[in-house]
Design a protein around this ligand. Structure first.
Ligand code: 6PG
Length: 239
């Protein structure tokens, strides 16, 4: 089942996601594993978490992972890790062993193998598959999510946990988690804002014929909860 939360202002959406993360952490007995996303909407979330939640969240109980990463050094402006590092990690007290970044400074194949081995050694499993408490996702205006682009719909049902992909236009190399791991999560939260996403949101929510080719439409948890956090601009009038 898909839960849709619509907010009049993006700021309210971001604050609601931050509060939802805090609630999840407060309600979990042990550690919480969260897979983060790149993109402009999560950027605002990391900023808020770093500025206003550095003390109110027990960050030492949180493990940070990334759903996808570009094959660039961790100091590169394009690095998803760098975004989180600058805005959040540098402002909170979190043990370094809780930060499981994808090593973009390696070759794509090495970074992918390293991620796979870290997932197998450091992630709690359920039914033999790494089990995230929260996977945060964005959606591109082409319907991609994480780095699963429309030309790689096979990644939504493949056996691998993560893989190397190329951006369909720029050919930039990336490593992404696949549908196998994302759809297995306890909570999958899409953060989608802005007019340019509205048509794709419409395709997905009305399940029209275009939806089949949109990776984000295939993110449906096998046993978890799916929430779409939308601002007014990205949402349908009557959803
Ligand atoms: C990335 C992402 C990607 C992103 C979407 C939406 O690394 O770029 O993980 O899937 O979430 O492109 O990005 P915006 O929030 O900027 O629209």
């Amino acid at each position: 089942m898909r839960v849709v939360r619509i907010f009049n202002k993006t700021e309210e959406l971001i604050r609601n996601v931050a509060e939802s993360i805090k609630t999840q952490i407060n309600h979990c007995d042990d550690t919480l594993h969260i897979a983060l996303s790149g993109g402009s909407t999560p950027k605002r979330l990391f900023c808020l978490l770093g500025d206003e939640y550095s003390k109110s969240i027990e960050w030492n109980r949180v493990h940070l992972w990334w759903g996808d990463e570009r094959i660039v050094p961790p100091t590169d402006e394009d690095s998803n890790f760098k975004q989180v590092n600058d805005l959040l990690i540098s402002k909170i007290k979190i043990p370094t062993q809780n930060i499981h970044r994808i090593k973009g400074e390696l070759s794509a194949n090495e970074a992918c193998a390293d991620l796979e081995s870290n997932l197998q050694s450091d992630m709690p499993e359920k039914e033999g598959i790494p089990h995230f408490d929260i996977v945060l996702l964005g959606m591109g205006d082409d319907g991609h999510t994480a780095s699963i682009f429309p030309d790689r719909l096979d990644l939504l049902s493949c056996d691998e946990l993560c893989t190397v992909v190329h951006h369909p236009i720029s050919a930039q190399e990336r490593v992404t988690m696949t549908g196998k791991i994302i759809n297995h999560a306890k909570n999958i939260w899409f953060l989608v804002t802005g007019n340019d996403k509205r048509e794709r949101v419409d395709d997905i929510f009305t399940e029209n014929e275009c939806a089949e080719n949109l990776p984000a439409a295939h993110i449906l948890p096998t046993n978890g909860e799916l929430v779409w956090f939308l601002d007014k601009e990205a949402s349908l009038k009557n959803s």
